[in-house]
Design a protein around this ligand. Structure first.
Ligand SMILES: C[S@@+](CC[C@H](N)C(=O)[O-])C[C@H]1O[C@@H](n2cnc3c(N)ncnc32)[C@H](O)[C@@H]1O
Length: 188
């Protein structure tokens, strides 16, 4: 991804090239020396891309999968990026304040048991929970940079409104309609 290689195991694979615009967009919103929480970090790709290109950043990553966290730690060591990881549900283990949250989380509705993709009721359960947690961890000037697929873009827009987050930027990143969102707490 963007010139970096990440080690993965079969059940942690994600096509990170597709998500590079999330990390590239995040770099524009990250203040000097800022603290980053990569929610659902997978093998660490987004946060590590950011940490590699912005060595001033302080990178923290969380995933519900122990395998993902183990691979994030080894990818960070191999790339020489200083980052801290923990197994957690959303931002449950995050000690704020953070300046930026990265969120490429599961978004599909359904009954499947693959936590990479299945987000629960209507496809929004994991995402809503993580965003509500973010409200208590984000610094007043903080941003969340998130990814959604085409099928969920309208639903995400409604979700921001309900949760009182406000999009400050959104951009389709490919012809299929995948979207990178930058949002902030409407109340801050
Ligand atoms: C679509 S993958 C994206 C991985 C990574 N962010 C990337 O861009 O390559 C979603 C990730 O969210 C994790 N995940 C699922 N439910 C979670 C939860 N409740 N809390 C934290 N992470 C979760 C999965 O284990 C998986 O690694």
């Amino acid at each position: 991804m963007g010139g970096l290689e990440f080690t993965y195991e079969e059940d942690t694979y994600c096509p990170w090239d597709r998500f590079l615009p999330v990390a590239a967009t995040a770099a524009r919103y990250l203040p000097q020396g800022g603290k980053v929480a990569d929610i659902g970090c997978g093998v660490g790709s987004l946060g590590l891309w950011l940490g590699f290109h912005r060595p001033d950043a302080r990178i923290f990553g969380f995933d519900i999968s122990e395998t993902a966290v183990r691979l994030s730690i080894s990818n960070a060591q191999r790339l020489g990026v200083k980052a801290h990881y923990a197994v957690a549900d959303g931002l449950g283990a995050c000690k704020g304040p953070i300046d930026l949250a990265l969120a490429n989380l599961p978004y599909e509705a359904g009954e499947g048991d693959d936590p990479r993709y299945v987000a629960g009721i209507g496809g929004y359960e994991v995402v809503c929970r993580a965003f509500l947690q973010a409200r208590y961890c984000l610094s007043p000037k903080g941003h969340i940079v998130a990814y959604s697929d085409t099928a969920h873009a309208v639903g995400w827009m409604k979700m921001w409104r309900l949760l009182r987050f406000e999009p400050v930027e959104y951009r389709q990143t490919d012809e299929s309609g995948s979207t990178v969102w930058v949002v902030k707490d409407a109340a801050s």
